[in-house]
Design a protein around this ligand. Structure first.
Ligand SMILES: [Zn+2]
Length: 151
């Protein structure tokens, strides 16, 4: 279960909308208590994929290291990565799976015509052969579509 606080949620929607029609990516920082992960901050990362960024993303490993350090300084950890699917559903693609790290969770946001429509959170298995949906909620979100997904 993932709880995404409202401020980082808004930030992710704004960021992924702004990058449309390219894929946006970023980091989710927060805390973990047993099975409950709480996202307290979202940090934008640069999509450094050298080809068309409309259908792919790649995070900059140096940026990611920096974000990890920031998280540690706040007593948090890097919980996962978010990225957008412009005009596509928020599924976890084969490439998403191949490039994943099993210790992170992955939030995929579907952005259609520049607007958020749906999101799903995914947890890859250790072998990176499949990913399971992780329920998440956004307490305080404005609409039902935003509030609880995949639960
Ligand atoms: Zn993807």
């Amino acid at each position: 279960m993932l709880v995404i606080e409202y401020e980082p949620w808004r930030r992710m929607l704004e960021h992924t909308g702004r990058c449309y029609p390219e894929e946006a990516c970023g980091a989710m920082l927060g805390t973990r208590e047993d099975e409950l992960r709480r996202v307290r901050a979202a940090v934008e990362l640069t999509n450094v994929w050298p080809g068309s960024r409309r259908t792919r993303y790649r995070v900059d490993p140096r940026e990611l290291l920096e974000v990890e350090r920031t998280a540690r300084e706040r007593g948090w950890e890097l919980l996962g990565i978010y990225h957008s699917h412009p005009d596509e559903d928020p599924y976890f693609s084969r490439t998403d799976l191949q490039e994943a790290c099993p210790w992170y969770c992955y939030l995929v946001l579907s952005i259609r015509s520049g607007r958020f429509t749906a999101a799903r959170c995914w947890q890859p298995n250790d072998e990176l052969t499949s990913a399971a949906q992780v329920p998440f909620c956004v307490p305080g979100a404005a609409s039902e579509e935003e509030k609880c997904q995949g639960s």
